[in-house]
Write a protein that binds this ligand. Sequence first.
Ligand code: PAF
Length: 279
Amino acid sequence: MKVVKEISEVREFTKQDREKTVGFVPTMGYLHQGHLALLEQAREENDIVVLSIFVNPTQFGPDEDYEDYPRDLERDLELARSAGVDLVFTPKADKMYSDNAATKVEVTGLTGKLCGASRDGHFSGVCTVVSKLFNIVNPTRAYFGQKDYQQVLVIKRMVEDLNFDLDIVTVPIVREEDGLAISSRNKYLNQAERKAALVLFESLQRGKELIVGGERKAKVIEQELISNIEAEPLAEIDYVAVVDASSLKDIDKIRGEVLLALAVYIGETRLIDNLIVEV
Ligand code: PAF
């Protein structure tokens, strides 16, 4: 496994054999089972697997956890090696963003809702760095986790709109045994908060149960999710959404593919989770 910091080194590596397919997994590091599932699928489906580890400053708001975001490169490299990664790209921020950079990639519409509504500029930061990484790595396929459902939708839109020549592959959410969606930010939770965090998945499941039981009013499902979360003293809702799964638009009636999505503060930690229900 090769570990490189320079953009030119990535280009050199992926250009060695143009016939080979390249599976790309972009991450901010602090790898967990969710990332390993992406790497495993990338390994199965491609000749070469490239992993990037870069905590992207432009996707964090001024009051967010950029400085504190968990980092452990040595451990990440060990995990990457055992996952069969061929190349790890760990650029420095000043190599990704020059002082006179003046370009941002902005997807409109989809980014004004859910996480985009509460994290101003977040998706612009994500789309800008992901476009740059796609241009550097030139992958055949790129792998993203369904936990960041809106991110995947926004990136798919961007890929289509800007004619990037690659496939976006979505990999299902990986959960702890008790249902908590695996996330680098789970590390911030103390024991009581870890227990309280179960309210996210439990509420989503409760919403799904209602739908499966025949409830078709989106507002009723949304209210059920809200009441469940509000019953947990350590939880504070950022948003609760019951929306069309492809447009993220509000719906009155549950029909077709519906996204139940949550962002909830457990103590100081903002966690997200979602579930797709099809009727
Ligand atoms: O999902 C993430 O970890 C990040 O948003 C990504 C896609 C690596 C861009 O920085």
